[in-house]
Write a protein that binds this ligand. Structure first.
Ligand code: SF4
Ligand code: SF4
Length: 160
């Protein structure tokens, strides 16, 4: 029997179909916008996530101190062809995908489920993870005025 006193809530959330598109194409090419120069980036790995990946390269550093790493292989070595081998331990960047913050919350339309679902309000877990990444990035910019970014294409450090 339906409990008529319980408020109606929606249980709809973003549902990943495990198509692997975001696991096979890892690299992001950033140009213009907040970046002084074009850079190519791998999968962001926050401190404490680097150990999950056999291949990593520094991403951000301040002075000689590396603050974050990036996974620099595609497809991701944890992609099995059918799913993620470390799904329950996957890094925050994977938990946030396809959502990121750019003045407003955005969803990457390269993900086929974005077209299918289409409502950002249903991306609660992804927005929460993307918010944690945004907080980390703001901490980087606020605390490290000499911040540098490692460009995977040219294999050189660049000033942000
Ligand atoms: S860790 Fe898992 S979810 Fe993240 S890119 Fe690799 S296979 Fe995909
Ligand atoms: S592209 Fe979208 S649906 Fe496909 S694995 Fe990534 S998050 Fe899931």
């Amino acid at each position: 029997m339906v409990n008529s006193t319980r408020p109606l809530t929606t249980t709809r959330v973003f549902v990943c179909s495990h198509c692997g598109r975001c696991c096979e194409k890892i690299f992001v090419h950033l140009d213009g916008g907040q970046w002084a120069q074009p850079v190519t980036a791998g999968l962001l790995l926050l401190p404490g996530e680097q150990h999950l990946f056999p291949h990593t390269t520094p991403m951000w550093r301040s002075g000689a101190e590396v603050l974050a790493y990036q996974m620099d292989r595609e497809p991701c070595p944890h992609w099995t062809g059918k799913g993620c081998a470390i799904y329950n331990r996957r890094p925050l960047a994977c938990r946030a995908y396809p959502v990121w913050w750019e003045i407003v919350w955005r969803a990457d339309t390269n993900c086929p489920q974005v077209t299918a679902v289409g409502q950002l309000g249903e991306y609660r877990e992804e927005i929460t993870s993307a918010h944690d990444i945004l907080r980390f990035q703001r901490w980087l910019y606020a605390m490290h005025k000499d911040l540098e970014y490692f460009d995977l294409t040219e294999r050189v450090w660049k000033r942000v």
